[in-house]
Design a protein around this ligand. Structure first.
Ligand code: PLP
Length: 476
């Protein structure tokens, strides 16, 4: 493709992008296709000859777009948001065009130095203590894996990745890890991938607020020590995925310091709300943590992928991950940061650019206003659902998340309620007008509602509530 053709198509596509964002409400929120439907439209053989961009683009619109779930739809209330924003998209266009590998300082000094700078902006914005150093990971799952690897290395005197666990006389179930029974599955995945063994992850009991019970953590640690095991890491959640649970950081941190255990904090979703001074109570005790992750790609208007991982001791991270063959040596030595030593992959995109665009374009106050509005609209809805006699709250409002179920006529047959709410959720999502997801709260089937999309307004939340009531009452 010559440059003038590229220019023409790029202009056309930017027009399409702006129209898409302006009219995204036209589309069903969740894709309304059957398994295999999209693949059947894609030729089984690759084209031998090049095709015109007009043809490719027409196929994108006709064949591909119907198979997309529209995450930027203002009536997307499912999972957690993965919000984007116009400034972030613009930065992504530049990142794609520069197409730089930002693994070493030398391979793109601006990327490395901007990452250092904007991660420190984020640290200040969230109220994290001075001294925490940040790095962008692709996802919170990767950040948590890296935390677990660092905890493992620290516990073995930096020997496990040198000689392997078996050579250290470890039989595979020596190390134990702790999180609550409300924690995200990425912790269990990290434990698996780090070779620590899923069975060695203790899911500590939670209290009535779904938060980890510190006494239960102490008991679990003591039981493991008595059995000759070595506790190496606790993962505390700020904003668990199911119910938005917030673990008591200070109490957990004090246990970790006393027991010499790595404390990692998973604030993947809720971390963005820490830019609001009034939400910082949950950070009490953060000075006791060793590492902390949150995802600007969830609720800080920054395109996926952009996960901010902060560590107290970057040297521990480097000792865990660094590997520098001749071809990756930096003549600048310690004067620069080579972020390839701070994450698992070598290659890295210029992801700091979108954060820089977003933070500068909205300003901290603009970002605060958007998140505060989401929380206000969720609170209003939460109050409405609480007041509706035929609905029941199953988990309380945490920031902009809560869960509920439809419960007409005081129905108390759990199986019947599950069947009814499963039908309700399917009907809502099949309507294409909203998208919500389910959870299980203390064994009960629940529908989650989370407000957080960039283009969501109060009217979308209110329209969703009207739709939920009409649909539910139509089913009963
Ligand atoms: N931690 C929590 C609390 C989450 O809710 C999620 C995803 O929703 C993750 C971790 C994993 O995030 P990522 O998709 O960035 O790996």
């Amino acid at each position: 493709m010559d440059n003038e053709t590229f220019r023409r198509h790029a202009h056309e596509m930017v027009d399409w992008m702006a129209d898409y964002l302006a009219g995204v409400e036209r589309y069903p929120v969740r894709a309304q296709v059957a398994p295999g439907e999209i693949k059947a439209k894609l030729p089984a053989e690759p084209p031998a000859a090049g095709e015109a961009m007009e043809t490719i683009f027409a196929d994108f619109e006709h064949d591909v777009l119907p198979g997309m779930t529209h995450w930027q739809h203002p009536s997307f209330f499912a999972y957690f948001p993965a919000n984007a924003s116009p400034p972030s998209v613009l930065a992504e266009m530049l990142t794609a065009t520069l197409a730089a590998q930002c693994m070493l300082w030398q391979t793109s000094p601006a990327a490395s130095e901007m990452e250092d700078r904007v991660l420190d902006w984020l640290r200040q914005m969230l109220g994290l203590p001075e001294g925490f150093a940040g790095v962008i990971q692709d996802s919170a799952t990767s950040a948590t894996l890296v935390a677990l690897l660092t905890a493992r290395e620290r516990a073995t005197g930096w020997q496990a990745n040198q000689v392997g666990l078996p050579a250290l006389g470890r039989d595979g179930d020596d190390f134990t890890i702790y999180c609550s029974d409300e924690s995200h599955s990425s912790i269990e995945k990290g434990v698996k991938v780090a070779g620590l063994g899923r069975e060695n992850l203790r899911k500590v009991e939670t209290d009535a607020d779904f938060a980890m019970r510190p006494e239960a953590l102490v008991s679990a640690i003591e039981a493991d020590r008595r059995a000759g095991r070595t506790p190496i890491c606790v993962v505390a959640s700020l904003g668990g995925t199911g119910t938005g649970a917030i673990d008591p950081l200070r109490a957990i941190g004090e246990i970790c310091r006393r027991e010499d255990i790595w404390l990692h904090v998973d604030a993947a979703w809720a971390g963005s709300a820490l830019i609001l001074p009034e939400e910082r109570g949950m950070l009490d005790g953060i000075e006791l943590a060793d590492s902390f992750v949150f995802n600007p790609h969830k609720w800080l208007f920054t395109n996926f992928d952009c996960s901010a991982y902060f560590v107290r001791d970057p040297e521990a991270l480097e000792r865990t991950l660094a590997l520098v063959p001749e071809y990756l040596k930096s003549p600048e030595g310690r004067a620069v940061t080579d972020y390839q030593n701070w994450c698992v992959p070598l290659g890295r995109r210029f992801r700091a650019l979108k954060l820089w665009f977003v933070i500068r374009s909205y300003g901290v106050e603009g970002l605060q206003d958007m998140i505060r509005a989401h929380i206000d609209w969720a609170r209003e809805l939460f109050d409405q659902v609480s007041d509706a006699p035929d609905f029941e709250i199953l988990s309380p409002l945490r920031l902009s998340l809560f869960s509920f179920r439809y419960r007409p006529d005081g129905e108390d047959d759990e199986a019947a309620l599950e069947a009814l709410n499963t039908r309700l959720l399917a009907a809502l999502n099949d309507s294409g007008r909203v998208y919500l997801t389910q959870n299980r709260v203390r064994g009960r089937y629940a529908i989650r509602f989370v407000v957080g999309q960039t283009s969501t307004e109060r009217r979308h939340v209110q329209a969703a509530w009207r739709l939920i009531q009409e649909t539910a009452r139509g089913l009963a």
